[in-house]
Design a protein around this ligand. Structure first.
Ligand SMILES: [Mn+2]
Length: 272
């Protein structure tokens, strides 16, 4: 435990569908305490609606237990509420933007960052240009808002089966570059990278300066060590680029949340 060079975060949610890659579900403070006990440095809150969260309570719980919130996951706003920032319906898109700003406000209170993953939505290939136009406008609005609030935003490269545009790190980097400097960084997730990248560790090295956040899940979206991702190579690459952000364990709680958390952490710490 003493020679750790990476900081690990555990995914927690008040509630999340069974199929969601969230480790601990239920009372937030209880799971913050548990995450600390298992040896995590932080928690990543997966939240459906920011209004459900009492920021003061979360901050006090973290402070009492010597742990922090690293990030807020926003995906449930899309998977459960259908809110996406590429929606061609202006009214629905504005609801998504309003929601994202609420996440940013909460992140400001919790002194953490937010993730935009599934909320990128899915585009209808017939209207690709229209979707990209509103996507760009949405990100400009979100980027300016987040910068004013001093909140970092990490956009996630997600595999082709879940999101149908910008699936590789290269596509994501090229797109973010085209927006100008809005402070966006990229979230790289080993589960998605295993599907999309020619070589996970080479992509980490090549795009190191764009990486703001990391998700660990094995090839089958179970704990590191349960599949065939070469985590030794991934960890070496992260150390080599001097990565100082958080590595969140974002995977299925299989066979149960406690075993999944402990086995994953044991596995990666042994590789360090
Ligand atoms: Mn992820």
């Amino acid at each position: 435990m003493e020679n750790r060079s990476l900081k690990y975060s555990a995914t927690i949610a008040i509630d999340a569908p069974k199929t969601s890659p969230v480790l601990f579900r239920g009372d937030l403070c209880a799971n913050i305490i548990k995450s600390k006990e298992y040896g995590f440095d932080a928690v990543e809150l997966h939240i459906r609606n920011p209004e459900e969260i009492d920021a003061k309570e979360v901050n006090e719980c973290c402070l009492r237990n010597g742990i922090v919130v690293s990030t807020i996951g926003t995906g449930m706003s899309y998977t459960l509420d259908g809110l996406s920032i590429t929606d061609l319906d202006a009214q629905k898109r504005n609801m998504a933007l309003r929601r994202l700003k609420e996440y940013i406000d909460l992140a400001e209170e919790l002194n953490c960052s937010i993730i935009i993953g599934s909320m990128r939505g899915k585009v209808n290939p017939e209207y690709y240009e229209e979707h990209m136009a509103v996507y760009g406008d949405s990100l400009l609005e979100v980027g300016y808002y987040a910068q004013r609030k001093g909140v970092s935003v990490y956009i996630e490269a997600i595999n082709r089966y879940e999101v149908n545009f910008h699936n590789t790190i290269e596509e994501m980097v090229n797109y973010i570059e085209s927006l100008g400097d809005l402070g966006f960084k990229i979230l790289v997730d080993t589960f998605h990278m295993n599907i999309e990248e020619p070589n996970i560790e080479n992509s980490i090295r090549k795009y190191s300066r764009y990486i703001g956040h990391v998700h660990f899940a094995d090839s089958n979206r179970r704990y590191p060590g349960a599949g065939h991702v070469d985590f030794a190579a991934v960890i070496n690459a992260l150390k080599e680029i001097g990565y100082t952000g958080y590595v969140t364990f974002e995977y299925l709680p299989y066979p149960d949340p406690d075993i999944a958390a402990q086995k994953g952490l044991e596995y990666v710490l042994a590789l360090e």
